[in-house]
Write a protein that binds this ligand. Structure first.
Ligand code: FES
Length: 102
């Protein structure tokens, strides 16, 4: 599956997603500058992204734990998500996001 990710400089990257991986893992592997300090435990918010092209609405809503963590992140927008909390499957082919500022 395809992932369209914009880095902090505004450059668009097309990455290959893998079923069962999290969006954070793909962004990290792809060198998009996602620190993911807690390793995907929903405890750092350094994997913060904005879902674009209507993808926020297409995905199931964030859990309470994710919402609580996002409350502590900077630059939160209505389409903010923690990418470690998004587990990829084929229905997410073409998912688009922008990496949030550090
Ligand atoms: S990697 Fe820490 S909250 Fe996602």
């Amino acid at each position: 599956m395809k992932i369209i990710a914009k880095d902090r400089e505004g450059n668009e990257h097309e990455l290959e997603g893998r079923d069962g991986w999290t969006l954070m893992e793909i962004l990290r592997e792809g060198g998009l500058g996602v620190a993911a300090e807690c390793g995907g435990a929903c405890a750092c918010a350094t994997c913060h992204v904005y879902l674009t092209d209507g993808w926020y609405e297409k995905l199931p809503p964030p859990s309470e734990a994710e919402t609580d963590m996002l409350d502590m992140a900077l630059g939160v927008e209505p389409n903010s998500r923690l990418s470690c909390q998004i587990t990829l499957d084929e229905s997410m082919d073409g998912i688009a996001c922008t990496v949030a500022p550090e």
